[in-house]
Write a protein that binds this ligand. Structure first.
Ligand code: GTP
Ligand code: SPV
Ligand code: MN
Length: 589
């Protein structure tokens, strides 16, 4: 017999759906979350009692807890992620597809009675600022207290979301069940035409926090195309110059390729008077404003950030974000109960407990923290949070930036010749794979607009949507491409990265303001000699030359490999992009 707390709403569509799902999953309790502090306290206690949360040193990490996920469940699973559109063609060749009726039929038996002995949490949440036309409501039903506590940090949830929804029926229906965390029975299914997400068998990040990649990107991109806006895997930042003028940029880098770091970077000493403000670190929803500019909101309310590599010199603001009230997933712990990961400041401790709870000794060949270990922190902890994060109209975007992780080929920065060429740059973005998804790490793959795993419809249609946006934008942002990850022949990064990326950002902004001219190359505009501000930067002239160099032989290979990718897209491939490719290639032959 299922018991239900007061449902907090009279929305009949919502009540019926929750009842239907509860009838299928058969939880012992259905608990509607109101988002209050008292409720959070109860849930933390429950998580501690169930050992879903492990305590940390309360003095050093007030309000913070450690979670260890099942070792088979530590990253997104792209091969088990499906777009279940009615027509296969609408999912396109870059997505895994399952017919909706087949997916529902396959998953229903898995959900059947799957929550017996457990609680079904009903999480009403809003993606985007409350009261914004940009924003969307989702309801996630989950049997995971960890997911519920993460969603509390990552979204605007509880009563406010139900008020925002009122009696409308246009909410996203998200059903999540942890199941027995068996990779053989793990499915992340999206039904764009039903505004529905069914996730089974994983408790981790993007697989389970349904507001994030599932709603804000996969379903969001589909809604964006239908409704005339764009959902992108982009950070949003504000940059204030010494004159006190603030400009905003949005940048798409693939998973674990530097969005969080760029979004909250600290400019180097030589940049006195320059300030960076974070609007978002992972996702941007973009709309054309009445002024013909592109306006962005961050649908999220917290950060689910990569832990390894984060420290007080690379990203002090992220370190402050996790000072309190944060959740750590799959990091290591020191003997005094503080968190640790590879790339943390200071000496490597002699002894640790690793991410799987095993003893770990300094010098071990195994990583103490999982390479995709993460922190979940509320945005309000960010010392450089933009005052516009809750602004319903968002912020106006001056530049869009695409960046991959490339040891070679891609130079530090390139500016596109025009919108279509910029779309081409995004569409052909290549990047070496990372630990953010299961599978081999370090292989170059095409990751168009950093959306390969997140585009909820045919990527050919997605590119056409990008191309079509131009005609709606009286004042389009300029489009750039960057690469922080070029390596020398010894395999060392040539560019110091992190806060020093401010130097590239400054050039980008000056280009947007028409303040400086640039050198034309075959593949885009690059800074003129002396235009990149290098004061106070210890980089050799050779390294600088190498990191900005364009090797025609490498570019020929690049353009040729793009051909196969474009051909694989099929009949919905926009001709414009293939023509740009051919034109660039013809300049090389
Ligand atoms: P997701 O949350 O997976 O979408 O990742 P992200 O794009 O936000 O990447 P994040 O900023 O967390 O950085 C991922 C990894 O790259 C971390 O280990 C960082 O330390 C490292 N990193 C970030 N920026 C730079 C950079 O400019 N140079 C170098 N060499 N490494 C960087
Ligand atoms: C990513 O992989 O791009 C992330 C982490 O931001 S996850 O939420 O797992 O998708
Ligand atoms: Mn991401």
């Amino acid at each position: 017999m299922t018991t239900t707390t007061t449902s907090l709403t009279n929305n009949q569509h919502l009540l019926k759906w929750v009842n239907d799902m509860a009838a299928m999953c058969e939880p012992d309790n259905v608990l509607w979350l109101d988002g209050s502090d008292a409720e959070n306290k109860r849930m933390v206690e429950e998580a501690l009692a169930k050992k879903v949360f492990l305590p940390l040193n309360a003095k050093k990490h007030p309000g913070c807890y450690l979670h260890r996920s099942n070792p088979n469940d530590v990253a997104r699973v792209e091969h088990l992620t499906f777009i279940c559109s009615r027509n296969k063609e609408d999912a396109g060749t870059t997505n895994h597809w399952m017919a909706p009726e087949e997916a529902y039929a396959k998953l229903k038996p898995l959900y059947k009675a799957s929550m017996k002995g457990r609680t079904m949490y009903v999480i009403p949440y809003v993606m985007g600022p409350l009261g914004s036309v940009h924003s969307k409501v989702g309801i996630e039903l989950t049997d995971s207290v960890y997911v519920a506590l993460n969603m509390r940090l990552m979204t605007r949830m509880g009563k406010a979301a139900l008020e925002f929804l009122g009696d409308k029926n246009d909410f996203n229906r998200g059903l999540h069940c942890t199941g027995d965390v068996n990779p053989e029975r793990r499915y992340i299914c999206h039904f764009p035409e039903d505004n529905t997400i069914w996730s089974f068998g994983s408790g981790y990040g993007g697989n389970a926090l349904l507001g994030k990649k599932c709603l804000a990107l996969r379903i969001g991109s589909y809604l964006g195309r239908t409704e005339g806006w764009m959902a992108e895997h982009m950070l949003i930042l504000g940059v204030e110059n010494p004159k006190g003028e603030t400009f905003y940029v949005a940048a798409a880098f693939p998973s674990a390729c530097g969005k969080t770091n760029f979004a909250m970077m600290v400019p180097p000493k030589a940049f006195a008077g320059w300030k960076i403000y974070t609007v978002g670190d992972d996702i941007a929803w973009l709309r054309v404003g009445e002024d013909g500019r592109l306006w962005a909101v961050n649908p999220e309310n917290g950060y689910f950030g990569v832990a390894p590599g984060t420290n007080y010199s690379t990203n002090p603001n992220a370190m402050h974000c996790v000072d309190k009230d944060s959740i750590f997933t799959n990091v290591a712990v020191t003997e005094d109960g503080t968190v640790w990961w590879e790339g943390m400041d200071g000496e490597v401790p002699e002894a640790l407990t690793d991410w799987q709870g095993r003893p770990w000794k300094k010098g071990s060949t195994e990583k103490a923290a999982h390479p995709n270990s993460r922190f979940t922190a509320p945005a309000k902890n960010n010392p450089v949070l933009s005052k516009h994060v809750d602004d319903p109209k968002g912020v106006p975007i001056s530049a869009l930036i695409f960046g991959g992780r490339r040891s070679n080929t891609a130079p530090l920065v390139l500016e596109s010749f025009n919108w279509a060429h910029g779309v081409f740059m995004g569409a052909t973005l290549g990047s070496e794979t990372t630990a953010a998804a299961t599978g081999q790490v370090g292989v170059v793959r095409r990751d168009p607009m950093a959306m390969l795993p997140f585009c909820g419809y045919n990527v050919g249609d997605y590119w056409q949507h990008w191309l079509d946006m131009q005609s709606k934008l009286k004042n389009p942002p300029r489009i750039f491409q960057v690469n922080w990850f070029r390596k020398n022949t010894d395999g060392k990064f040539l560019w110091p990265g992190y806060g020093e990326n401010m130097r590239v950002l400054k050039w980008i902004l000056e280009r947007c303001q028409g303040k400086c001219d640039a050198t034309e190359t075959l593949f885009g505009w690059v800074p003129k000699e002396g235009q990149l501000e290098l004061e106070g930067l210890a980089i050799s002239p050779e390294a600088m030359r190498e990191v900005t160099s364009i090797c025609l032989k490498e570019w020929k290979t690049e353009l040729e490999s793009q051909k196969a990718f474009f051909e694989s897209i099929g009949p919905r491939m926009p001709k414009t992009l293939e023509l740009i490719r051919q034109q660039l290639l013809s300049l090389l032959s």
